[in-house]
Design a protein around this ligand. Structure first.
Ligand SMILES: Cc1cc2nc3c(=O)[nH]c(=O)nc-3n(C[C@H](O)[C@H](O)[C@H](O)COP(=O)(O)O)c2cc1C
Length: 313
């Protein structure tokens, strides 16, 4: 069984992935947040910064992700990415945000299997990399996903990750395991399940409902409880150790952003995103989160963090 860390734009960037791997691990591959392949004329290292080897621990298996709807641009980016040492390139056709979908990108392309075919004709014409796809059940219905899968089955893809929601659902409502099963059964590539695994029980329920699935991608669940992959892989960590490990992880992320961002406000704002996920288990009633949200000074922020860890130890 393989566990993958889902891309979460703004969160799972190089510093986060490196720290996650060092403190928690048990992730077989880390998918990067998308790099847009269509906003520029030429690939440059600034766009690829997050995946450059100098910022990424070589022990962390990384899969760069591209977002776009033009095969030539995809291929140009994919070749540049393969030149720096990556052999799997993931194509995002699942992003549900309107700024993306109204341009027929992300899940906005799921209603256009003809466009997907055109992109893949070019994207898959270079053997220096393998394309994998991250998609949803459809834009607003399964039939769309099924038509897309007919197209995907014609190409030598390395695998398909399916988030078990439609595009219009965004992140709301329930994942649909029955529709996932139908779509996965129509796929001739290796399938990865993604969606709403927040606890070990969620994993046991979903994996026993889908016994043919060997790959699972964890997103918000792993960001809220970074020990989740460890527990799923059958290892235990004592509660006493957990808090000190999370504290070290927090400090590493904090120091990473302290070097990158200028000014207390930017740093506090960034750390709010970290606690948006992390408070779920460490600040269950949201008492500290409320204060962190209002915080603009790092001295005040660090005092609150101190209180959170103290209240959990
Ligand atoms: C804030 C946010 C940013 C995301 N950014 C990306 C992204 O860059 N690429 C991508 O493929 N999916 C992205 N996703 C979707 C996740 O990778 C994942 O598919 C989704 O959260 C469902 O999995 P989960 O229920 O395990 O979190 C994002 C999700 C959220 C909430």
């Amino acid at each position: 069984m393989n566990l993958f860390l889902a891309p979460i734009q703004g969160m799972t960037i190089a510093g986060y992935r490196n720290a996650f791997a060092r403190h928690f691990g048990n992730i077989d591959a880390y998918y990067t947040p998308f790099i847009s392949s269509s906003e520029v004329d030429k690939v440059n290292n600034l766009l690829l910064k997050d995946i450059l080897p100098e910022y990424n621990d070589p022990a962390v298996k990384l899969v760069p992700q591209l977002l776009g709807n033009d095969g030539a641009q995809f291929k140009a980016f994919a070749c540049a990415i393969s030149d720096i040492g990556y052999h799997e390139i993931n194509w995002n056709i699942g992003c549900p945000y309107p700024t993306v979908t109204k341009k027929k990108k992300g899940s906005g392309i799921l209603q256009h299997p003809d466009m997907i075919k055109k992109v893949l004709d070019t994207a898959c014409s270079d053997s220096s990399y393998t394309v994998t796809v991250k998609m949803r059940l459809g834009w607003d219905k399964l039939e769309e996903g099924m038509r897309v899968m007919d197209v995907l089955n014609d190409y030598p893809l390395g695998g398909v990750i399916i988030h078990a929601r439609t595009g219009i659902q965004m992140y709301e409502g329930h994942v649909d395991l029955e529709e996932f099963e139908t779509l996965a059964a129509s796929c001739k590539h290796e399938v990865t399940y993604n969606g709403d695994i927040f606890t070990h029980d969620d994993f046991l329920r979903i994996s026993s409902r889908l016994p043919f699935i060997k790959n699972f991608m964890l997103g918000r669940g792993a960001l809220s409880d970074p020990f989740l992959p460890t527990v799923i892989k059958g290892q235990t960590v004592s509660d006493a150790n957990k808090i000190s490990i999370v504290r070290e992880f927090h400090n590493e992320i904090f120091n990473y952003y302290k070097c990158k961002l200028s000014g207390d406000k930017h740093l506090c704002d960034k750390m709010k995103e970290f606690w948006y996920y992390m408070h779920v288990h460490l600040d269950k009633d949201g008492k500290y989160m409320k204060k962190i949200k209002k915080c603009h000074r790092t001295s005040e922020y660090l005092e609150l963090v101190n209180q959170i860890f103290h209240s959990n130890s």
